[in-house]
Design a protein around this ligand. Structure first.
Ligand code: ACO
Length: 426
């Protein structure tokens, strides 16, 4: 943190004093909200690399040190000691729950998992080979048509209930999308199971035989959801906030977040990583792939490497890396793609190009390998990310609704088109 309380910007004849805002942790921020009024100038920051869009008390990241805190708690402590439902409560409410509060929360989430029966016919409108992210985004957006009783944004209880519904129904909708494309009957959520077991049951139970749920798989998935639960103002969360800033309902706002997550530069990377590892195919082809990634004339990038904020090892990737070996060992999976992944990681970490640019493996590099070992189909990987990220999205949406500084998000631009000209017939 700097000692500065304000910075002075000189624009020609004018000098303007801009206050410096102090966060609890992290970089000080120059408040430029009065800049345009005082000087007529805009600021330019494509990709928002130096711009804070809001104040938030939910998640803190120090990208240089590889630190990630949810409500102040380090991610490695939560990963070791907490559960996904407890982390969801924490993100939404700001404090860890007492055991009574957690039981009440889990009961409430469990009893909002059903989807309206009409949603089944809605899904049937999709082609049999539709991507589950398309189905998830559409069905989450459609929830606003089913739950009119949680659309009054001025009522805190309705807002809270909408958030619970989103966390509760996301696995049901996700599993239903998978079952539809797999040509299998949709399964109803079972109240006697935990959040993750319920999802696994809806994904994998078939009428012809009983499903034995593996505690190793359930534990690994719970941990993966914890690691994905929030990541401050990433592209999908910022999208939720931008849509939310217009007064749109929470289902529409979160559906927009899902579509933003789908891109391969964001959550879609986990699916892209697996496809890329399969294309590389063998550890002996790794060196060639690294050379291609470095070639500026080739659009090929190493998927699962690099991060806008982390310029050090992504702390989530560190945890998943350890878990990958453990889970594959426990499940007795011997995956040749893992060998390709390890070779790729080793080659990139030693290569000057990646070292100089601080391109480390990110969370998506390993998550795909684990999801594969857990028998999650590749096209469902980004859907898994969406389930995990839902508590983060709703926590940010809830925070935004009561933020006294919140305004509609409306960036400016540098116009580069034609100056004004008169219309003439051609
Ligand atoms: N492979 C090869 N080169 C890369 C990679 C990569 N994966 N990522 C970045 N670079 C290079 C860029 O070409 C650029 O090189 P230059 O300085 O010589 O021009 C430099 O590293 C900086 O990259 P930027 O694109 O400016 O970084 P930015 O912060 O805009 O992008 C991003 C970050 C999108 C994550 C990028 O690293 C990337 O595309 N990675 C692959 C996709 C991926 O794994 N996404 C998941 C992100 S994590 C998440 O969403 C959970």
């Amino acid at each position: 943190m700097s000692e500065l309380d304000q910075v002075t910007l000189t624009a020609g004849e004018k000098s303007v004093a801009l206050p410096v805002l102090k966060p609890t942790l992290g970089n000080d921020c120059v408040d430029i909200s009065k800049l345009t009024k005082e000087t007529g100038l805009f600021t330019y920051d494509p990709g928002f690399g130096a711009t804070a869009s809001c104040k938030s008390a939910i998640t803190y990241i120090d990208g240089d040190k590889g630190v990630l805190l949810y409500r102040g708690y380090p991610i490695d402590q939560l990963a070791a000691k907490s559960s996904f439902t407890e982390v969801s409560y924490l993100l939404m409410n700001g404090e860890l729950p007492s055991s009574d509060e957690l039981s009440k929360f889990e009961h409430e989430v469990t009893h909002h998992t059903m989807m309206h029966e009409s949603l089944k016919s809605f899904l049937q409108g999709f082609r049999h080979d539709a991507h589950p992210m398309a189905m998830l985004a559409a069905s989450v957006a459609s929830l606003s048509a089913f739950y009119h009783d949680t659309l009054d944004l001025n009522d805190p209880e309705q807002r809270r209930l909408a958030a619970i519904r989103l966390i509760a129904k996301m696995p049901t909708l996700a599993a239903a999308a998978h079952r539809y494309t797999a040509g299998q009957p949709i399964r109803y959520p079972r109240n006697n199971l935990s959040y993750v077991e319920r999802f696994l049951h809806m994904m994998f139970e078939v009428p012809s035989e009983d499903l034995e749920l593996s505690p190793v798989v359930a534990k690994a998935m719970d941990l993966l959801f914890i690691l994905h639960a929030d990541h401050e103002q990433n592209a999908s969360t910022s999208t939720v906030r931008l849509v939310g800033s217009t007064g749109a309902n929470p289902y529409a706002s979160v559906a927009a977040g899902i579509t933003a997550l789908w891109g391969p530069a964001h959550g879609g990377a986990n699916e892209a990583v697996l496809k890329q590892l399969a294309e590389i195919g063998d550890a002996k082809n790794v060196a060639k792939a690294v050379e291609r990634a470095k070639d500026k004339n080739d659009p090929f990038r190493l998927m699962g490497f690099g991060h806008r904020v982390y310029k050090n090892f992504d702390p989530r990737a560190k945890i998943i890396r350890e878990m990958t070996h453990k889970v594959l060992g426990e499940l007795g999976v011997n995956d040749p793609l893992l060998e390709v992944a390890m070779k790729l990681e080793e080659a990139a970490l030693q290569d000057d190009y990646f070292v100089e640019r601080k391109l480390y493996p990110n969370v998506d590099f390993y998550s795909g390998i684990i999801y594969k070992a857990l028998k999650i189909p590749t096209e469902m990987f980004t859907v898994m990310f969406a389930i995990g990220r839902t508590p983060g999205w709703v926590a940010h949406w809830l925070e935004q609704q009561v933020d006294p500084d919140a305004r509609i998000g409306r960036p400016r631009q540098i116009y580069t088109g034609s100056p004004s000209r008169d219309y003439t017939k051609g």
